[in-house]
Each structure stands twice: as structure tokens, then as C-alpha cells.
Design a protein around this ligand. Structure first.
Ligand code: NAD
Ligand code: LMR
Length: 330
């Protein structure tokens, strides 16, 4: 059976993450090995030539699933009929900055792109915002797209989720596929709360499997995951790219194809008020996905420690929302 190609728009296509992302989309890792794709590459005018170079390399791979490439600096053209939008294009932070410091520089990108999605994307559009600060940029895009259901706008905390899984597997001495039900709560920032208390590791609770060591949780595990982005910038000299692209692939693949039984994932999504997170904020939650839809995992019992950590990260999201409101971006 010949399938209709899915239109995938990638912004910032000539950047580092774009370079690590596009070849995997074109080879079937985003949506599935039997799903043909059209790539729509959005860049600013100065990035168009480099995007053309990337497109030449994509051609040279002769990917059987890649049906077309459009390169443009027009958001209206890039999102015309888009089924999936990966909003990567934004400035990365450099050493010494927090991700929130990018709001002023990057916030202005996401309103016009939200509007272009609103006016031109396909009815089933799914959006993942990667560009930092990802949660609040996703909020800006979502608020500028009033005709698109709010749940179609998501922010990436899958990289934090994957980082947490890797740290837990190392500590517990197991392989990553033994680590289930990890959650990133809140903001993709240093306040995020990577939660191992709900996790299951090779038949034990996450806490037990890692030695029942509260000091390790507080002084090692949580800061290692939450500050991993800064650590990569310091050691690599540039912000994470291949792991970020990999997480974007994982996020969309899981959204479209479902979470495995007995596990969940973490996604930044518009809050419906669950777990006391104010409605409308884009915050990370534990979610299961099925048939292209997600649901927040309900009924988890949170300790005072977990509650306080979630509240602190959510308070930061509320501050970022107020800041972009003052800037007139939402
Ligand atoms: P980069 O500087 O290598 O590439 C960014 C690209 O975006 C550039 O080619 C630039 O020309 C383009 N761009 C800028 N404004 C644009 C616009 N309005 N429309 C279209 N394209 C535009 O940066 P990178 O390393 O690829 O990182 C991109 C973003 O992703 C950064 O904000 C970074 O902080 C963020 N990031 C997020 C996560 C996460 O987990 N959420 C992880 C890693 C990086
Ligand atoms: C990351 O988590 O690696 C990215 O958000 C880049 C950064 O600024 O930390």
C-alpha cells in the first residue's frame, strides 16, 4: 500500500541539532520504517545556504522514505500542511547562562511560528518545542495558535528523562531497559525534579535499587540530571546536540506510536490542573501515550519532598509565564 507522506517541519534546520535530527527523520526513526516523509526546513535568511547543503547531503543518502525537501525562510510556507512541527531554531545558551536567560532573545521567535501553525498547519499537527527555554517557548507558540487544540503543543523534557534513566541504570548496576516509570516534573531547567521514587528498577523501587540513599538522591542524582545541559556545554564547548536530537525523535515516536506496557514517559504538556500544577502552564508530567494521544498518569502519591520540588519548578514556570506576558508575547 502506498502511504501519503507525512509533512515534517523542522525549524533551525541548519543548526547543530538540525544536523543530527534530519537524517534520522528521513530514515524512518521519527514515525516508523514504513512512513514516507516530506521535510520542510525553516531557517532565517543567513541559514538558508547551509540548509541547502544539508539538503544536498540528504539527497545523497537516497533515503527510500524521503519524498521531498522544501527549504524556506517563510514560516507560512514551512508550516503549510505540516503534520509534525519540530521547533528547534533558537539560540543556545553559552557557559554561565541559565536557560531562562534566553527568554528575551528567543521568545520572539515562537509567537509568529505559533501563528503560522495556527493558520497553515494540517488539522492533526503535533508540535514539539526544543528551543530554549522550551516550556515557555511552547506556551508562547500555543497561545498564538488559538484554533489548534492546546494539547498539540508540547515541550521537550525527554532528554532529561533519558539522562535520568541512564544515571539510574549506572547506579543500580542494570541496563537501561530495566529502568521504568521515571518522571521529570516541571520545567526543563535547573529546577526540574527528576523523580526516582515512582520508578521501578529490575523489580525494586527506584529508591531501593539505588541503595535507599537520600543524600545520593539530593546531592548527586537530582543535580546531575538537572544540570547536565550545563555540564555538556562546559566539557564539549557547545550545547548538547546529538542527544537532544535523539530525545526529540524519542518524544515524537512515543507520542505517535505509544508507550510500552508497564512504563511511561515525560513530556512538557499543557497542564489540566493535575497534581496542583496551575492549568495552562506547560509543565512536564508522567504520561502514557496511545493512538497519537497522551494522558497524565494519575493517582501517584507524592511525599513532602517530591511535592516541594515540584512546587518550586512550577513556581519558576509561573514566573516565566508572567515575564513573557509582560513582554507582550502572550
Ligand atoms: P544552533 O545555534 O546550532 O542552531 C540554531 C539554528 O536555528 C541556527 O541555524 C539558526 O540560524 C536557526 N534559527 C534561529 N532563529 C530562527 C528562526 N526564527 N526560525 C528558524 N530558524 C532559526 O543551536 P542548536 O544547538 O541546534 O540548539 C537549538 C536550540 O535547542 C537552543 O535554544 C538550545 O538551547 C535548545 N536545546 C534544547 C534542548 C532540550 O532538551 N529542550 C536540548 C538541547 C538544545
Ligand atoms: C540541554 O539540556 O542540554 C539543553 O537544554 C541545552 C542547555 O542549555 O542546557
Amino acid at each position: 500500500m502506498t502511504r501519503t507522506p507525512v509533512n515534517v517541519t523542522v525549524t533551525g534546520a541548519a543548526g547543530q541539532i538540525g544536523y543530527a535530527l534530519l537524517f534520522r527523520i528521513a530514515s524512518g526513526h521519527l514515525l516508523g520504517a514504513d512512513v514516507p516523509v516530506n521535510l520542510r526546513l525553516l531557517e532565517i535568511p543567513q541559514g538558508l545556504k547551509a540548509a541547502e547543503g544539508v539538503a544536498m547531503e540528504l539527497d545523497d543518502c537516497a533515503f527510500p522514505l524521503l519524498r521531498g525537501i522544501t527549504i524556506t525562510d517563510s514560516a507560512a510556507t514551512a508550516f503549510d500542511g505540516a503534520n509534525v512541527g519540530l521547533l528547534v531554531g533558537a539560540r543556545p545558551r553559552t557557559a554561565g547562562m541559565e536557560r531562562g536567560d534566553l527568554l528575551q532573545a528567543n521568545g520572539g521567535i515562537f509567537g509568529p511560528q505559533g501563528k503560522a501553525i495556527n493558520d497553515h498547519a494540517a488539522d492533526d499537527i503535533k508540535v514539539l518545542v526544543v528551543g530554549n527555554p522550551a516550556n515557555t517557548n511552547a506556551l508562547i507558540a500555543q497561545r498564538n495558535a488559538p484554533d489548534v487544540p492546546a494539547e498539540r503543543f508540547t515541550a521537550m523534557t525527554r532528554l532529561d528523562h533519558n539522562r535520568a534513566v541512564a544515571q539510574l541504570a549506572k547506579k543500580a548496576g542494570v541496563t537501561v531497559d530495566d529502568v521504568k516509570k521515571v518522571t521529570i516534573w516541571g520545567n526543563h531547567s535547573a529546577t526540574q525534579y527528576p523523580d526516582l521514587f515512582q520508578a521501578e528498577i529490575a523489580g525494586k523501587s527506584g529508591f531501593e535499587a539505588t541503595g535507599s540513599d537520600q543524600a545520593w538522591v539530593e546531592n548527586d542524582f537530582i543535580p546531575t540530571v538537572a544540570k547536565r545541559g550545563a555540564a555538556i556545554i562546559e566539557v564539549r564547548g557547545a550545547s548538547s546536540a546529538a542527544s537532544a536530537a535523539n530525545a526529540a525523535i524519542d518524544h515524537v515516536h512515543t507520542w505517535v506510536n505509544g508507550t510500552p506496557a508497564g512504563d511511561w514517559t515525560s513530556m512538557g504538556i499543557v497542564s489540566d490542573g493535575s497534581y496542583g500544577v496551575p492549568e495552562g502552564l506547560i509543565s512536564s508530567f508522567p504520561v502514557t501515550t496511545k493512538d497519537g494521544k497522551f494522558e497524565i498518569v494519575q493517582g501517584l502519591e507524592l511525599s513532602d519532598f517530591s511535592r516541594a520540588r515540584i512546587d518550586a519548578s512550577v513556581a519558576e514556570l509561573a514566573e516565566e509565564r508572567d515575564a513573557v506576558q509582560q513582554l507582550g508575547l502572550i
